[in-house]
Design a protein around this ligand. Sequence first.
Ligand code: BGP
Length: 476
Amino acid sequence: MTTTFPQGFLWGGAIAANQAEGAYLEDGKGLSIVDLLPTGEKRRAIMKGNVPSLTPLEGEFYPSHEAIDFYHRYPEDIALLAEMGFKVLRVSIAWARIFPTGEEEVPNEAGLLFYDRLFDELLRYGIQPVVTLAHFDVPIHLIEKYGSWRHRQLITLFEKYAITVFTRYQHKVKYWMTFNEINMLLHLPFLGAGLVFEEGDDIEQIKYQAAHHQLVASALAVKACHEIIPDAQIGCMLAAGSFYPFTCNPEDVYQGMEKDRESYFFIDVQSRGEYPGYAKRFFRDRGLDIQMEAEDAEILKQHTVDYIGFSYYSSRTTSTDPEVNQKMTSGNVFGSVANPYLAKSEWGWTIDPLGMRITANQLHDRYQKPLFVVENGLGAHDEMLADQAIDDDYRIDYLQKHIVAMSEAIQDGVPIIGYTCWAPIDIVSASSGEMRKRYGYIYVDRDNEGNGTLQRIKKKSFAWYQQVIQSNGADV
Ligand code: BGP
């Protein structure tokens, strides 16, 4: 199979502040969403909005508090990524490092300096930073005071934060993204938007109102980015993966379309600049009354994104048959039924490389804008053999097949500009909080309880990815 990629293709990897940095209160940083997420089952309930406390609980282990200590060890990590030949590294800025409560008049200089140093270190090796403004990140104070994104005030505060970082890093960062996996808000509303629910809350109403606020905030960030850094590109970010109908029964097919639209709804607004008819109908049918200000429609229309960023891990499958619905896959927050044609990862995530080609083609048909694959990878247990060898052939196999599928999509005419795998170095898992769910080409000696030396060790996949980049994807 020949794989070809355009010259200048942006090879790299992606991490997020809260899953890598640690130093959760250092240099004036405020508390943020993930600082309240422990590991295991409790984590899942909290991510959905069932939050027992807005301060860390005594005796509870919160993996983000130290994570892999990227905050202090980034020079060593970046040197390793540079050795692999990275062209880009996707990171996020922790909002609460810049504005610890979200409401300060003046930003926290120590927080701004950290990202100055980080971006300088990347640029020293010729690695372009790709920066997400909000990767599951809201300062806790804004949840206490406003109920987070349910309140319109968050738009103003987010816009101020965005303007601050665009201005500060205008000469260092040319690729930006607004909200990570914006559609996650519907599935994990605390993680995606800091939403905490109480008895009697109209959850659907709150979620879609918060979504509207994020969409307006995203458009205002696009506006500010275009004004402050005219040569930058700013995109949206979708947790993608098309829904397949379980059978050719039109009821299943229709349901698949509806489920895709639950996610496309966000990108339709961010990319086409208006609410699609099916969304308006959905609001009407459900009796949802979304408060929009007179100027919102114009803001959304005028400030659409430059590219569509998306994560792709799995396709999803849906059925209207109650019996089929008994067989759900375990790991998927999107609620997919098991696809009998596809294997699953150790965490129950469906593995479907061809689905990557299908999803990329659908996104291109729909939006006709450049696409950027900003997450894709395999979470697995890694076993250390003698001499610290980690033979992660299963990871190489997964990534190889997805890179081939991406090349096929490019040959189909889909303009994909880059690929940042999740995550080039082991970090804390977002869904489980575990360290043993590893994605990296670089192993980090840290376990689920936070023990370990934090030593970095190259896995077998390290040399493989180095070769992929060196050959511009010809040698996978
Ligand atoms: C995406 C998130 C990431 C990341 C990834 C892998 O949804 O944007 O933050 O963590 O999924 O998921 P996990 O870490 O749960 O395996």
